[in-house]
Design a protein. Structure first.
Length: 429
């Protein structure tokens, strides 16, 4: 089994294995919390802030104000400690409107029917409509649940309605203030971690492909696993774009001094880096498609000879090492990860050797030249994007003169992934 096959093996197995993996994940998360700042510690902080907001809301509503409907305040405060200050404020408005609608409609239905079952039948179907309305987001369901809670408690009166609405407002204010003033969530670190993960995954895949090509351990099934791993890179890219969107939102409505305290010491990578790695991901996907076609006996032209393929595999390994180094540098930003002079010389030597092999392949037929020329062009694209200050100078005239793939076919193979990612939920930052 090749390296990439092992990497994409599904998570099947016995329930005991799943429990063991979950336990190990919990242990790793606990260690990450203990080691220092990171995503796991941010989740712990947000959880403790939500609990503190609920306790404060209960104390203010029950012990200080002596309100008989004190349950509403901690409930609302608990769920409004969101991933960003902006989302807390937006959800507070949505939820308070939903709670008011649920309380008022349930009370009116109870007064009209005089029966709890009839009031439920009259109010809940109506309240489920805004629950599925995009304007309310995921807060619309609180209108229906509030109606059920209101009718089940048996206290339906003008005074009870006023207490519930007032306590909901109190809880919303406390939740938003706690989230905004106590260690406000700033998700700049997520961008760096996702970018590093994308670079590391890219390096691992290129290194695995290069090793398999050098050892001549690949076939159509192996190429299919490479394609699956390349698709996983696109999911990493989508996660990076989501993290970038969350980082921008986390800076909205956040006080300047508090924002400065919560900023990580490393500067935030430029958004140009996202686009560069989008191009890299597109080149890797094009590379795996070309190798998949080359491995298909029914479709493919001849595969390049052994020496050329081994040189190409070694070049991919060196490019993969550069990607891995960049991933490490993103997490340890003061570390110098530029390739050593000897590595750069090796890459240039391999590139020249492949150019010579391309000329030799041309004497054996156009089909061999087309495959090697396309592969070489895709490696040059990756080299130019990932290896700092050492781009492989692409000679279009040489490629045309040796019978490489036409420009329109190459352009189709090296298309980049369009920016269509959307911002998912809080736990997918």
């Amino acid at each position: 089994m090749t390296r990439v096959k092992e990497a994409v093996r599904p998570y099947g197995g016995r329930p005991a294995d799943a429990l063991r993996r979950d336990a190990l994940a919990v242990v790793r998360a606990a260690r990450a919390v203990w080691r220092g700042p990171g995503r796991e510690r941010d989740l712990v902080v947000q959880s403790l802030k939500a609990a503190a907001a609920a306790l404060i809301a209960w104390f203010v509503a029950s012990d200080w104000l002596g309100d008989p409907m004190a349950l509403m305040a901690p409930w609302v405060a608990l769920v409004l400690v969101q991933a960003t200050v902006y989302s807390s404020l937006r959800h507070a408005a949505q939820q308070w409107v939903a709670l008011c609608a649920g309380t008022l409609l349930a009370s009116a239905a109870q007064a009209l029917t005089g029966n709890t079952l009839g009031a439920l039948a009259l109010s809940v179907p109506v309240l489920m409509l805004p629950a599925n309305w995009s304007r309310f987001g995921d807060q619309g369901i609180y209108g229906a649940t509030t109606a059920v809670f209101t009718l089940a408690s048996g206290t339906v009166s003008a005074s009870a309605v006023g207490h519930r609405v007032g306590q909901a407002l109190l809880g919303a204010v406390i939740g938003v203030l706690i989230n905004a003033l106590v260690l406000p969530p700033i998700h700049l670190r997520d961008v760096r971690e996702n970018l590093a993960a994308l670079a590391r995954e890219t390096g691992d895949l290129l290194h695995a492909i290069g090793a398999d090509l050098r050892e001549d351990e690949w076939d159509a099934q192996t190429a299919a696993h490479w394609s699956s791993a390349a698709a996983r890179l696109e999911r990493c890219l989508a996660a990076l774009r989501s993290a970038r969107a969350w980082s921008r939102e986390s800076l909205r409505l956040t006080a300047g001094p508090l924002r400065a305290v919560r900023r990580p010491p490393q500067p935030l990578p430029s958004e140009d880096e996202d686009e560069r790695w989008s191009r890299v991901t597109g080149h890797v996907r094009a590379l795996t498609r070309t190798l998949g076609v080359a491995a298909d006996d029914r479709r493919a032209p001849s595969v390049p000879g052994g020496p050329a393929l081994r040189s190409y595999g070694r070049l991919l390994e060196l490019i993969g090492d550069a990607c891995r180094a960049e991933g490490r540098q993103l997490l340890k930003w003061r570390e110098d990860t530029r390739p050593e002079d000897g590595v750069q010389d090796s890459m240039r030597d391999l590139h020249e050797r492949l150019q010579q092999g391309l000329r030799e392949q041309a004497a054996e037929g156009a089909t061999r030249t087309a495959v090697l020329g396309t592969l070489l062009l895709q490696a040059e694209n990756l080299w130019n994007e990932t290896v700092p200050d050492t781009g492989a100078a692409q000679d279009d005239e040489d490629l045309r003169g040796t019978g490489a793939a036409p420009d329109d076919e190459v352009a189709a193979d090296t298309e980049t992934v369009p920016n269509t990612a959307t911002v998912p939920g809080v736990h997918e930052r």
